[in-house]
Design a protein around this ligand. Structure first.
Ligand code: BES
Ligand code: ZN
Ligand code: ZN
Length: 516
């Protein structure tokens, strides 16, 4: 899709359809809508007065304008409900753009102009970014392997329209939005792939491709190197599979920087890459097991973020770590009761082989520390329990650094991704004490999401750490007006915003230091 921007008059933009935000209970007799109403010969007023559209989020009304006459170059108009004006933020802009393109593409529209009507001229770049990102995310469909009745993909030109906005800022924002939207969809595409098409080897190839295309340093650890590093927890999960495990290491360095100094802050993102989770010897029931192809979503999120970071070039270095393996039962598979030793030297009694995510993350976190990470955010489809607690609305967040947790929550709020913190008191660690080893990999029926985090915490000592349990939010069972069902790419946008906010804060500090 070609992406363009316009700071001219919306009426003059040469597109087939114009999509316009309409706020809740807005009337056609003043301001922006008055003008639009007269350009459409009173059609806007008649729609609003008929109450066909009340301006609620996600609502739409679609009109064809007469071929001759009228004040708009576009001959089709889509009014899109934007909700309360006072609640209208960048997250809403993004969803509105997604809803607009999803609505128009099934009507065979090839070019769309979108008027987000976001006030605050200095935000032009951010508005353009949110709009483009929302449109790209809205157009993604998981029907890759359909040969018939594929979802329509007709929109091939998209124009963000913000009259009077700074042209350069609009373009810069649209480009940022393109990078982010494409990276979210990259993550969704990986998560959507069936297990046979997304083995650890294939996932590592995809990581290699992005590293080459966008310029990231990459290292992929094979089994021999995992053994040399003592990654007994990860290897114990891989034992049952014919597919060799891989650990992907991606490094982003800002321009001119070649190494990490001692004591320098270094953020690592660590993502669970179980390319298929059968449960292992503690086999899962067959019902819905096909969904376990998305058990590498945390890893896919890390790759999506690194893919974007390589293009957006923040001023701080970032490390991406993705331990990847299948979790399969076989004659060689790890058995309940086996004891394995993680890279840190901690011994783990494997009570349930289906609690494999925390095992591979343990070694992922240890390796990130070995590479110098001082701050770690891990993400994983870790527990079914998080969907029981929070459903598909909030991602569970826990950790040891409250400031870091707050920053992630706030970064998420800005982009429309919700996080809810669960407590991680030290009492929970009692539940994972083992009789024969240092710890065990399950903590019983109570507080399953928390005891999983408590397990990872055992390996995150000495660093600032936050953990995201995305099991409930990485997959959407239902389509929304602004996105398809299936993989959501959750947390990619939050983490990119987190990195951006941190970079901005750091440069503010530098500026202040300069003034002293
Ligand atoms: N991958 C699953 C968690 C999961 C469940 C993700 C449903 C998405 C949807 C994880 O490896 C797992 O099986 N966890 C177990 C842990 C239990 C054995 C302590 C679970 O949640 O049941
Ligand atoms: Zn499992
Ligand atoms: Zn799993």
């Amino acid at each position: 899709m070609e992406i363009q921007t316009s700071n001219g008059r919306y009426a003059e933009v040469d597109v087939q359809a114009l999509a316009v935000a309409v706020f809740k209970d807005e009337k056609a007799d003043e301001g922006f809508l008055k003008e639009l109403d007269s350009a459409t010969g009173g059609l806007v007023r008649s729609i609003l007065e008929s109450e066909e559209l009340k301006g609620k989020e996600g609502e739409t009304a679609y009109i064809h304008l007469p071929a001759s006459g009228g004040g708009l170059k576009a001959k089709r108009l889509l009014l899109v409900g934007a909700g309360e004006r006072s609640d209208y933020r960048l997250a809403q802009v993004s969803q509105l753009a997604g809803a607009a393109v999803r609505h128009l593409r099934v009507r065979s529209v090839k070019s769309v102009g979108l008027v987000p009507r976001f006030e605050g001229a200095d935000d032009a770049a951010r508005v353009a970014a949110a709009t483009v990102e929302g449109a790209l995310i809205g157009l993604f469909e998981p029907d890759k392997y359909r040969t018939v009745e594929k979802e329509q993909r007709t929109v091939d030109r998209f124009v963000v329209i913000a009259e009077g906005a700074d042209d350069e800022a609009l373009r810069r924002g649209a480009e940022r939005g393109r990078v982010i939207g494409e990276s979210v969809n990259f993550t969704r595409d990986l998560a959507n792939e069936p297990g046979a098409y997304m083995t650890p080897t294939i996932m590592a190839q995809r990581a290699q491709q992005i590293a080459e295309e966008f310029g990231l340093e990459i290292d992929v650890l094979d089994e021999a190197r995992m053994e040399a590093e003592g990654m007994g927890a990860l290897l114990s999960v891989a034992r049952g599979s014919e597919e060799p495990p891989k650990m992907m290491i991606l490094k982003y360095m800002p321009e001119g920087k070649t190494s990490i100094e001692d004591g320098e802050e270094y953020l690592a993102l660590v993502g669970k890459g179980i390319t298929f989770d059968t449960g292992g010897i503690s086999l899962k029931p067959g019902e819905n097991m096909e969904l376990m192809k998305y058990d590498m979503s945390g890893g896919a999120t890390v790759l999506g973020v690194m893919r974007a970071v390589a293009q957006l070039k923040p001023s701080a270095p970032i490390l991406g770590v993705v331990p990847a393996t299948e979790n399969m039962p076989s004659g060689k598979a790890t058995k309940p009761g086996d004891v394995v030793t993680a890279m840190s030297g901690k011994t783990i009694e494997v009570i349930n082989t289906d609690a494999e995510g925390r095992l591979i993350l343990a070694d992922g976190v240890c390796y990130a520390k070995k590479l110098g990470a001082t701050k770690i955010i891990d993400m994983a489809t870790l527990t079914g329990a998080v969907s029981i607690a929070l459903g598909d609305v909030n991602t569970g967040i826990m950790g040891t650094d409250q400031e870091l947790i707050n920053e992630v929550i706030e970064a998420g709020r800005e982009v429309g991704e919700k996080f809810w913190q669960l407590p991680l008191d030290k009492e929970y660690t009692k539940q994972i004490k083992s009789d024969i080893a240092d710890i065990k990999n399950v903590g019983g029926r109570k507080a399953g999401t928390i005891t999983a985090a408590a397990f990872i915490k055992e390996f995150a000592d000495g660093v600032s750490w936050a953990h995201l349990d995305i099991a409930g939010t990485a997959w959407g069972d239902d389509a929304k007006p602004f996105r398809s069902k299936g993989p959501t790419g959750i947390a990619v946008r939050t983490l990119l915003n987190f990195v951006e906010r941190a970079t901005r804060a750091a440069s503010d500090v530098q500026k202040q230091d300069g003034q002293k």
